[in-house]
Write a protein that binds this ligand. Sequence first.
Ligand SMILES: NC(=O)c1ccc[n+]([C@@H]2O[C@H](COP(=O)([O-])OP(=O)(O)OC[C@H]3O[C@@H](n4cnc5c(N)ncnc54)[C@H](OP(=O)(O)O)[C@@H]3O)[C@@H](O)[C@H]2O)c1
Length: 279
Amino acid sequence: MSFQFQTRLGLGTWQMGESARSEAQEIAAIASAIEMGYQLIDTAEMYGSGQAEILIGKALQRVGKNTRDHLQIVSKVLPSNASTKGTITACERSIQRMGCEYLDCYLLHWQGSYSYEATLEGFIKLQERGLIRSYGISNFDAPDVNDWLAAEQNVGSPYQTVCNQVYYALNARGIEYDLIPLMQEKNIALMAYSPLGGGGLMRDPKLIGLAKEAGLTPAQVALAWVLRQPNAVAIPKTVHPERLKENLSAANLVLDDALLKALDQIFAPPIQKKPLMVI
Ligand SMILES: NC(=O)c1ccc[n+]([C@@H]2O[C@H](COP(=O)([O-])OP(=O)(O)OC[C@H]3O[C@@H](n4cnc5c(N)ncnc54)[C@H](OP(=O)(O)O)[C@@H]3O)[C@@H](O)[C@H]2O)c1
């Protein structure tokens, strides 16, 4: 059966696990997210050098292990670990830190010096062993996606690349020019990271004004705008319960044409190729 994201809005965990002082708040935030209905968590071995995954593991214990079945967990291998063997051991370490038995999707965080074939061989072995349910890429621009898919053919993968996790937000629309159309053609889901512009968009006076007129919050507008794309999921990060709720509510919002037009006037769509933005 082919892999699908079961939800359109997940929780990001970058910058969690970086300080012992905020650990309790972060575990509580992940646990309340799961309890309020989040079904997708994004993390990476890089975040807090493994600590973000440890916090996810602690939150899972708190909410009860049986919630694992209703959750999709995504993690990422660092390029410096992305040899065939390194990919496998990095994945095993991530699973151990979270105590989550398997990952729903495992991504190459960005391109490094190992060949795509080497990383793909690792992904294939992990999927054969049931340690991952799918694999994908992150920070890949259109030409890189084509190279990756060629490598996938070279190694004769029985599986498919299911998503590309890239920066996509009102202030980062470059990928609409060629990357999103390519991903749609290849049936690769868009996993939009930093959909609130890393938080900066929340302070944009024009966005604040438009959201107010529409009776929405800036976060709801920014997230619903990302999710107007077909086959897309967004993974905002927050550690505040009220913001967790606010962000989740955007999954069911549809922005009207007048608001979309007004947003286009402030955050113009690309008219030519732009280099992929990376945070
Ligand atoms: N693959 C990659 O290379 C890559 C790169 C960057 C990010 N990511 C993933 O994408 C996730 C999200 O990206 P991000 O963390 O860079 O940025 P983001 O989700 O766009 O923004 C997060 C910031 O916005 C604030 N925020 C969240 N909800 C809010 C709301 N409703 N109202 C006002 N402020 C709000 C958060 O603060 P509080 O926590 O204080 O609420 C935080 O400072 C990451 O956590 C990570 O999982 C992946």
